[in-house]
Ligand binder design. Sequence first.
Ligand code: AP5
Length: 211
Amino acid sequence: MSKIIIFLGPPGAGKGTQSQLLKERNGFIQISTGDLLREAVKNQTELGKLAKQYMDEGKLVPDDLIISLIKEKLQEYADKNIIFDGFPRTIPQAESLDNLLSHLNKNVDAVILFKIEDDEVVKRLAGRRVCPSCGAVYHMIYNPPKTDEICDKCGARLIQRDDDKEEVIRKRLEVYHQQTKPLIEYYKNKIVEIDATDNPKNIYNKIASMI
Ligand code: AP5
């Protein structure tokens, strides 16, 4: 039976970093709503045009757009082990996910809660660089590329995300506390907490041993 895991936590907690490790080493499918939206923005699709303004302001994209994205992906990967990275982010999104999964005779197996303080998030995101070509994530101090600003994996020039400016990060944190934190109660029987300030290798080992 395939597994459905949710990574829940504030921006910059390391959800994307750990999802990539589980994808590379354990064969999980990573479904990141943030990555899917950024792809749509890059390709200037209707969804991308609608989403851009919300993302640039650090606000959540409306639930109905996110749910139809997820519906499509679930159909594509119905029989795979999946990590949802950054989804769900609201109670209506979580209820819709339960509903979609029940039609596939599945349910959420575990929710990993990444715990980290807001000030640490701001420090982390200021140093984050991402590869626009293959999606690899770096940090200029904690996890730098071998050659300055160049992706180790594909050689593309790294970029800073538009929403990694301090005022937008603060807004994303506020949105997390108001709209996403209620999911901790919603998933209280499935939550496993991890200390997201530990080093990435230890965090990976803990998650891999749990799932
Ligand atoms: P999204 O892309 O999902 O952003 P996020 O949740 O804010 O998370 P991040 O990608 O910023 O952080 P992360 O936890 O993945 O951390 P990372 O591994 O990169 O969403 C962007 C926007 O899209 C939202 O604001 C919203 O508008 C929209 N959106 C997306 N999903 C939505 C939804 N479901 N509903 C509505 N709207 C939605 O790590 C961060 C940095 O720290 C990196 O530099 C990394 O190298 C470093 N790092 C990682 N782990 C460690 C560690 N253990 N120690 C030290 N450094 C570390």
